[in-house]
Design a protein around this ligand. Structure first.
Ligand code: A3P
Length: 267
C-alpha cells in the first residue's frame, strides 16, 4: 500500500511485471542488456566489465516494492520490476501510461518452481514444505502475490486494451523462439535491433549473456545471506510432470481452462 500511494513513476519508466517464479530473472537480464548494449561490453575476458558477468540481474533492475529500493529510490534507472498485480499498481504508473512488459509461464511449472524456491529459503532445521501444501496454497491463491490466474489475467486484459503500452510475453515462446521474442521485446522497449546487429552477432551475444548457463554460473558463488544462486534451478519447460500427480494436473488445468475461457490464451 505504501508503494501504491507513494511510488512516483516517470513517464519514461519501463516496468517489468511478473508473478513470482515466472522467469522474472531472465526478463530483467534481457531488458537490462538490451537497453544498455551500446555502453556495456558483453565480452567476458580476463576483466569482465558487463554487470551481468559479475552481479545478479536483481541487482541491475530493482523491484519497486523492495525495501532496498524504497530506502534508496535513486537506484532506479528507468527500468523497474514489480510483482504487484495490475489493479494494485502505483497510481503514477497508470497515470503516466508507462510501458509494462509482463512475463507469464505455465502455472504447473510455476507451482513447482515456487515450491522448490520456498524450500530453499528455509533454514536447514525447518521441515521442508510438502508439495501437497504448496499445491493447496497455490491453487487457492493464498500466497503473497495472490492468485496466479488473476495476476496474469489483469495484465493480459491490459495488453489487449493497450497493446502499445503493455506487452504480454510467455516463457514458453521465449524459450522456443528466443531470437524473435527478444527482438519483439527490444522493439517494445524502444531499442530495436537494427539489421547490422542482427547479422554481426550482437543479438546472439545478448541472448548468450542472459542465458541460464551464463547467469547460473555467474551467480553460483554469491556470498549474500539470500544467495543469488536461489533464482536458478533448471530453467526448462514442463518440469512439473516430474512432480505433480495426475489429480493435481487435472485440477490446475481445470482452473486454467475456466479462467481463460473465451481468451486466446493457453498453456
Ligand atoms: P525453475 O525453478 O523451473 O528452474 P523467477 O526469475 O521469476 O524467480 O523465476 C525463477 C525460474 O526462472 C526458475 O525456474 C529458474 O531456474 C528460471 N530461470 C532463471 N534465470 C533463467 C534464464 N536466464 N533462462 C531460463 N530460465 C531461467
Amino acid at each position: 500500500m505504501a508503494v501504491q500511494d507513494n511510488y512516483q513513476a516517470l513517464p519514461t519508466d519501463i516496468f517489468l511485471a511478473s508473478y513470482p517464479k515466472t522467469e522474472t530473472t531472465w526478463l530483467k537480464a534481457l531488458a537490462f542488456a538490451i537497453l544498455n548494449r551500446t555502453k556495456l561490453k558483453t565480452d567476458s575476458g580476463s576483466s569482465p566489465t558487463h554487470p551481468l558477468l559479475t552481479i545478479s540481474p536483481h541487482d541491475c533492475v530493482p523491484f519497486s516494492e523492495s525495501e532496498s529500493f524504497l530506502n534508496n529510490p535513486s537506484y532506479a534507472n528507468g527500468l523497474m520490476a514489480t510483482h504487484i498485480p495490475y489493479t494494485s499498481l502505483p497510481k503514477s504508473i497508470i497515470r503516466f501510461d508507462c510501458r509494462i512488459v509482463y512475463i507469464c509461464r505455465n502455472p504447473k511449472d510455476v507451482l513447482i518452481s515456487f515450491w522448490h524456491f520456498l524450500n530453499k529459503l528455509k533454514d536447514d532445521v525447518s521441515t521442508p514444505m510438502k508439495l501437497d501444501d504448496a499445491f493447496e496454497l497455490f491453487s487457492k491463491g493464498m500466497i503473497p502475490s495472490g492468485s496466479f490466474w488473476d495476476h496474469m489475467l489483469g495484465y493480459y486484459k491490459a495488453s489487449l486494451e493497450r497493446p502499445d503500452k503493455v506487452l504480454f510475453l510467455k516463457y514458453e515462446d521465449l524459450k522456443k523462439d528466443t531470437e524473435s521474442e527478444v527482438k519483439k521485446l527490444a522493439k517494445f522497449i524502444g531499442n530495436p535491433f537494427n539489421e547490422e546487429e542482427e547479422c554481426d552477432g550482437s543479438l546472439q551475444k545478448i541472448i548468450g549473456l542472459c542465458g541460464f548457463e551464463n547467469l547460473s554460473k555467474v551467480n553460483k558463488d554469491s556470498s549474500k545471506v539470500l544467495s543469488d544462486d536461489i533464482y536458478f534451478r533448471k530453467g526448462i519447460v514442463g518440469d512439473s510432470v516430474n512432480y505433480l500427480t495426475t489429480e493435481m494436473i487435472q485440477i490446475l488445468d481445470k482452473i486454467t481452462k475456466e479462467k481463460c475461457e473465451g481468451l486466446d490464451l493457453s498453456f
